[in-house]
Ligand binder design. Structure first.
Ligand SMILES: Nc1nc2c(c(=O)[nH]1)N[C@H]1C(S)=C(S)[C@@H](COP(=O)(O)O)O[C@H]1N2
Ligand SMILES: [Mo]
Length: 317
């Protein structure tokens, strides 16, 4: 039986971390960087010797612009949700156990021919670009980040799905020896997410391999994660090891844990409150700025059409 618990990340940011803590942390980080100069960088920079370093920085796609400043890299890199490595925001240390090499991704289900591909081979078959995206966590905090990646659409083309495939299902690696959180049996591991084929082939859906012009560090979901900027952050599954094309809507991790609060669609909507807090506004990470939340996180023009005829669905939870 599922016991109702208050989970760390379910708390709205305003309650979880008072602004003063943000500011203290920010000035602490600033001071630390100044004091030890480059020594603070390994926290955010990918390991030396990363075989994809030559691909960074990728060319920025000018079509994606922001209405707010880019979040400081150090802040984004030290305030994470990655339940495999703990339920606090401070998972950088624990996530060092994750070994993003060698890394194989299985592509299976309803495809012409299932296959496995090494991450370093996959990344050479696609075109990397950098995009500035807003990112909105369901907890009501947000950031704005330069992601590097390739379109999920291009991966779908490589996978060659059959016509019966209706959804794409993503799974994070499963290894409790590496990720202690996965020993907690009440969570429906592995972390699973899904998109409809129409969502997956929308140009906004990005398979992310890098952040701030470098290969993505462990705590952000190395070596490969999803980013769907019009949806709440929990859709953006990290450290993906399996991608399946399926006929049925996959049951997602948070749905499995608390279906009354987290749904499949999870589109950002300021007018639809979470059962326990408002979604009307959001706290910008590392700032005093609280802003009104935008429908589809500001990406309505690109994605609203995906939901025509689905008005009966719980599109915004
Ligand atoms: N595998 C996995 N992916 C995950 C999560 C997680 O706990 N495990 N947390 C999600 C949530 S709730 C958010 S807000 C984002 C956070 O991404 P970031 O830490 O890179 O900012 O990752 C998402 N992807
Ligand atoms: Mo989140």
């Amino acid at each position: 039986m599922l016991i109702k618990r208050r989970l760390g990340w379910e708390m709205p940011e305003s309650q979880a971390t008072p602004e003063s803590v943000f500011f203290n942390r920010r000035s602490f980080l600033g001071a630390a960087t100044g004091l030890v100069a480059g020594a603070a960088l390994p926290q955010i920079a990918a390991a030396e010797g990363d075989p994809t370093l030559d691909l960074y920085p990728a060319k920025q796609n000018p079509a994606y612009t922001l209405d707010r400043p880019v979040t400081e890299a150090e802040l984004a890199a030290n305030y994470n949700n990655f339940y495999e490595f703990g339920t606090s925001k401070d998972v950088v240390g624990a996530a060092k156990r994750l070994q993003p090499r060698p890394w194989t991704i299985s592509i299976d289900g309803m495809v012409e021919k299932p296959f496995e591909i090494g991450f370093d081979d996959l990344i050479r078959k696609v075109t990397l670009e950098e995009r500035l995206y807003r990112f909105r966590c369901v907890e009501a905090w947000s950031m704005a980040v330069p992601w590097t990646g390739f379109t999920l659409k291009s991966l779908v083309e490589l996978a060659k799905p059959q016509s019966g495939a209706k959804y794409v299902k993503f799974e994070t690696f499963m290894n409790p020896r590496v990720a202690p959180g996965q020993s907690q049996r009440w969570y429906p591991w592995p972390y699973t997410e899904g998109l409809t084929m129409a969502e997956a082939t929308n140009d906004l859906a990005l398979m992310v391999t890098g952040i701030y012009g470098k290969p993505i560090p462990n705590q952000h979901g190395a070596p490969l994660r999803l980013i769907t900027p019009w949806k709440y952050g929990f859709k953006s599954v990290k450290s993906i090891s399996k991608i399946s094309f399926v006929a049925e809507r996959p049951k997602t991790f948070w749905e499995g844990l608390q279906a009354s609060e987290y749904g499949f669609w999870a589109n950002v909507n300021p007018e639809v409150a979470h059962p326990r807090w408002s979604q009307a506004s959001e706290q910008l990470l590392g700032s005093r700025d609280r802003r009104p939340t935008l429908l589809f996180n500001g990406y309505a023009e690109q994605v609203a059409g995906l939901y025509k005829g689905l008005e009966g669905e719980k599109l915004y939870m």
